[in-house]
Design a protein. Sequence first.
Length: 238
Amino acid sequence: MFLFDANWYQIVLKFEKPMLITVKILKRVKLKNVSFMILLLKTCIIFGQPKVIIIDPGHGGKDSGAIGINRLQEKDVVLDIAKAILKLNRFVLDDKFDIYLTRYKDTLISLSDRSRLARGLKADIFVSLHCNHAENSNAKGIEVYVHNSYSLFTKEAIELGLSIVNESTQKLGFKKRGVKFANFQVLRETVALYPAVLVELGFITNTDEADYFLNPKNIRAIALAILLGIINFLNTGL
């Protein structure tokens, strides 16, 4: 199965107003062999106060979440991705954002406490990370959920979700399953406060996507795609 990846390099320029400039060279690669070294962070220019971003790695502790091929556990995959996002923000973006995780190790945090933490930190964005599963092992792709009610932040949540989906599918080759609506608790308790999304990062019951998550370089690549999705969303609001 051949899919698209992209080479990115930075252009650092000064403008009177913020602009996002990127150059890309597409080439064909296999999904399970995507190399992080050929996916470099594109320039982002964010002015003003640092945005507070909450990354919520789903499940944890005795709650493993979905269990996929090779006994791959959802709770471990999403925590690895969340930690990779932290490192990218620190070492590549020089802590351009204030990013917090709802859990930093293999512990079970209640859904209410996750929402409470985000409120206490006065979050600007909330992104909950999960992996999908299905009885049909051919099911694949990335999808994002926003809450199924209408609020002041519904439109922004949809835009954030689309930005993350687009970065993950266009750059890494995952199938695009779009933005959907649901009544998940972490979304229900945050929908009125800030843009909040729940991201289903591929199916760990699909051989290609499960193999993808076993490679640490690919964990960093998808973390980068999520971070770029957030950056692009924020840049559109400048």
